[in-house]
Design a protein around this ligand. Structure first.
Ligand code: ADP
Length: 310
């Protein structure tokens, strides 16, 4: 199975308000409340791909229970560690063709919970073939916490896909514990290197040879509607995708992570891994629901992705 890690999950609330007014009351009956967080999106897409998947992380309070209920109702296996703090809400208001978000920072993880999760994770790792780690660390955990998780996975020879950014990512890159795959987008890559990175393939080729990335087997730089540029060991690939009818691209990076994890578990070759990663990303962008894919058009899209060694 694939183990997905979401350390700071949320109940994602979406309100559609056609004409949002400030400093007064707004009412809406267009409300959706679902389990969310980047790793939960990865989990759902893996489930849509019919992969055996288990979701883990920290949950607390009634909102934590709501996450488990939502996953159970979708038939998705999960094994979270309960904490004293309360799982967060994240609110998106869709208004006037814009999306305004309010993201709670979430609970602070206590020292005993921090240690308890390491043991919890270690036990789950033994049943997994591939592990995905997504999103930022909750308050209370030091930047090297992901490196600790990666160490357990590496000790058991498991493949790891890490999708995080800023200090959480740079801390892992500086540590001796390396994930198998990272999947930055251009903004995350620019943040990491402290300079604006261009999506031009020649410049990406040079950027990805930076010493910061040594020891990382796969780097997949996702480029939204422009596909991806990737490095696997010493090989570089330019990945082109077809034009698709985009409905909601939020969560496409998470769907790409699911495609990569599934391909790693199935031991697909480079070309097939990249084609699958792009196909799951595109399928997510074609849906209104974040972190969900309909697989009817899978083969058609997959066959229209082209991968060339660069
Ligand atoms: P992130 O959500 O992490 O920023 P991207 O936006 O790069 O990730 O999306 C990941 C993948 O999803 C892309 O490589 C592509 O395959 C697909 N995708 C995302 N946005 C679009 C789009 N507008 N048109 C077509 N495919 C898209």
């Amino acid at each position: 199975m694939i183990l997905t890690v979401t350390l700071n999950p949320s109940i994602d609330i979406s309100y559609t308000i056609s004409n949002l007014k400030l400093d007064t009351t707004n009412r809406t009956d267009k409300v959706s409340k679902t389990a969310g967080g980047k790793g939960i999106n990865v989990t759902r897409v893996l489930h849509d791909l019919n992969k055996a998947v288990t979701a883990t992380g920290f949950i607390g309070g009634n909102l934590g229970k709501a996450i488990v209920k939502d996953l159970n109702e979708s038939g998705i296996q999960n094994d979270f560690l309960s904490i004293k703090g309360e799982t967060r809400n994240c609110i998106a208001i869709l208004h006037d063709n814009q999306q305004t978000e309010v993201l709670e920072s979430g609970p602070t993880i206590a020292d005993d919970e921090k240690l308890a999760f390491l043991n919890h994770f270690k036990a789950l790792v033994s049943h997994a073939n591939v592990i995905t780690i997504s999103g930022s660390l909750p308050n209370g955990l030091e930047d090297d916490y992901y490196a600790k998780l990666i160490q357990f996975a590496n000790d058991s020879n498991k493949k790891i896909v890490l999708d995080t950014s800023k200090a959480n990512l740079s801390s892992v890159l500086k540590s001796v514990q390396k994930p198998t795959v990272i999947k930055p987008n251009i903004e995350e890559l620019s943040d990491l290197l402290g300079t604006e990175v261009s999506s031009d393939p020649d410049s990406l080729k040079s950027v990805l040879t930076n010493d910061l990335f040594s020891g990382i087997e796969w780097i997949v730089v996702s480029l939204g509607g422009d596909g991806a540029f990737a490095k696997h060991n010493n090989r570089f690939y330019k990945v082109n995708i077809p034009t698709i009818p985009v409905v909601n691209p939020v969560g496409s990076g998470d769907a790409t992570v699911a495609g990569i994890a599934s391909a790693l578990e199935d031991k697909l070759d480079d070309i097939h891994l990249l084609k699958q990663a792009m196909t799951t990303g595109m399928l997510n962008a074609m849906e209104s629901v974040t972190g969900h894919i309909a697989t009817d058009h899978y083969d058609d899209l997959f066959n229209r992705v082209t991968v060339t060694e660069y």
